[in-house]
Write a protein that binds this ligand. Sequence first.
Ligand code: SAH
Ligand code: SF4
Length: 353
Amino acid sequence: MTSIYEYTKEELASHLEGQPRYRVDQLWQGLWVDGLEIEGITTIPAALRAALREKFPTALHVAHDVESDRGATRKWVFRLENASTIETVLMRYDDRVTVCVSSQAGCAMGCTFCATGQAGFSGQLSVGQVIEQVMYAARAAAPLRLSNVVFMGMGEPLANYRVTVDVLRRLHEYRGLSARHLTVSTVGVAPAIERLAHEGLPLTLAVSLHAANDETRNELVPLNRRYPLERLHQACQTWLDATGRRLSFEWALIDGVNDTDRAIAELAEYANSLHAHVNLIPLNPTPGFLVRGSSAQRVGEFRDGLLSRGVNATVRNTRGRSIAAACGQLATVTNAKRRSIPVRSEHQPVASR
Ligand code: SAH
Ligand code: SF4
């Protein structure tokens, strides 16, 4: 059973034999431009819609639907056909509407401070399963237009490489999203960064750094043992040379671990050598990691320390923390249940704030 979003237009045309030739254009318009579910594409006769739905069942089933930040953040837990669950987060800002998608069910990278890493890996997602997350969020965002897609949900997108690149291309070519508004966040799979650099997609790349010395990074990000900082640096350089696109580093601030003055100096040197922007994330709590996030005061000092060394640094706000939808908190349904407030299925979008 596959999602209709797995197919190219030519492939869909072959499923519409005996139909007038314009049917495939109507179907394509409905799916990709209007972002409708098959049932809602009323240019197509109802009997054909029903037949298509039977052939292409939806890939995602809503298990939980929660919101926070007065409706500006909304999280869905989706159950897949194989019973594993993934999470998708929609965030409305004044100037953009962003969906944060999962690229895998769980994650095999085992970063110690991340709830997804703590829960382990339960499977790769398909192209259709990722695109359906985007389309679901786009419908929920209406009448606002979904403008940005970030691969910062569950999973390591570059460990599901072909699917990630295929999704990015389709969102750009079929949905018309600007590649600059598509962000891939990676824990640092060096060879895959190099490959991505040559795909011809002017994306935004974010690398989850968290430590700029190998000893600390080995502890926080086990993949660092395979691709240590020097190897990662090479890959980032290739990215810059091949794409000319700015790179950003993510850094979750952990009390006493990577928020020291020494850490500021190490990060400033690493970031400056790659002209990278730094995005500081106050560590969000997870059940399996007992070290605390840095205090708000230390977060500010850390940012100022970077700025004074010429690094362009910003602090990311902690959207969705109360519903376990913030960075690194996406993991288990129990986790979501414990912290969440249910919302009705009728949702009033926040038009402007
Ligand atoms: N696997 C990819 C993308 C998903 S994680 C990656 O690691 O980049 C998205 C972001 O959330 C990453 O920057 C990750 O390091 C960060 N993150 C993970 N756990 C976190 C936590 N507990 N608090 C704050 N950020 C966290
Ligand atoms: Fe996986 Fe990213 Fe979490 Fe590390 S931080 S375990 S790579 S999702």
